[in-house]
Design a protein around this ligand. Structure first.
Ligand code: 13P
Length: 246
């Protein structure tokens, strides 16, 4: 039985005061019966590290550079994230792919850099509405994952994968449990062909997961947790999803 992971992706939200309240609300609700993490904006990593120290709630970043160091203005290296005590870093979120033109290869390079610094990459894959309607879902997610599998080689079993259908992100239009499970199953099959650890790997669902739909999604055999956007910004909602996973 795989342990589930519920990770909050705060995106570009937060303030010192709001974060303090949110983090206090999450830690006060412990213990959870699943792995729990928050992926916060970079300037708030030290706040998360202090607030979560001594708890089993983990923290992470939302992106990283593929480069180790150098003249890359505005970028943040995985070594820097590791110094903040990050456990996770999200790579390849659809908002990065869409607004920052991140390619499959760049996402793969970022995932590789993360693992090399001891961070667990949460690798996002997912199709747009147009791609789903054109019957290209399988093709798209397999292509996205394949680039990362290829880059990670024998370490592929150490990543976390997140299936985030783009049409479900921030729209309230959640994938049905059957739609999500079908994609998770084919991602698991792809991982099985690449690593002996596929059965133990966590494949998260993300896209309008809320307290009222989490349990049924998390009951699917290949859905091992959630990557939560909007509902991770309110402690009560996030905690309710963690409870549904635990
Ligand atoms: P929402 O939960 O707001 O749909 O966002 C999902 C997401 O993009 C998490 O990475």
């Amino acid at each position: 039985m795989r342990r589930k992971l519920v990770a909050g992706n705060w995106k570009m939200h937060g303030s010192h005061a709001a974060n303090a309240e949110l983090l206090a609300g999450i830690t006060a609700a412990r213990p959870f019966g699943c792995d729990v993490a928050v992926c916060v904006p970079t300037p708030y990593l030290s706040q998360a590290a202090v607030a979560l120290a001594g708890s089993d709630v983990r923290w992470g970043a939302q992106d990283c550079s593929a480069h180790a160091q150098g003249a890359y203005t505005g970028e943040v290296s995985v070594a820097m994230l590791a110094e903040f005590g990050c456990r996770y870093v999200i790579v390849g979120h659809s908002e990065r792919r869409q607004y920052h033109a991140e390619t499959d290869q760049l996402v793969a390079d970022k995932a590789k850099a993360a693992l090399a610094s001891g961070l667990t990459p949460i690798v996002c894959v997912g199709e747009t509405l147009a791609q789903r309607e054109a019957g290209e879902t399988e093709l798209v997610v397999k292509r996205q994952l394949s680039a990362v599998i290829h880059a990670l080689g024998h370490c592929a079993g150490e990543m976390v994968v997140a299936y985030e259908p783009v049409w479900a992100i921030g729209t309230g239009q959640v994938a049905t449990p059957e739609q999500a499970q079908a994609v998770h199953a084919l991602l698991r099959a792809q991982l099985k062909a690449a690593t002996p650890h596929a059965e133990a790997m966590q494949i998260l669902y993300g896209g309008s997961m809320k307290p009222d739909n989490a349990a049924v999604l998390l009951a699917q055999p290949d859905i091992d947790g959630g990557l939560i956007g909007g509902a991770s910004l309110k402690a009560a909602d996030f905690v309710a999803i963690c409870r549904a996973a635990g």
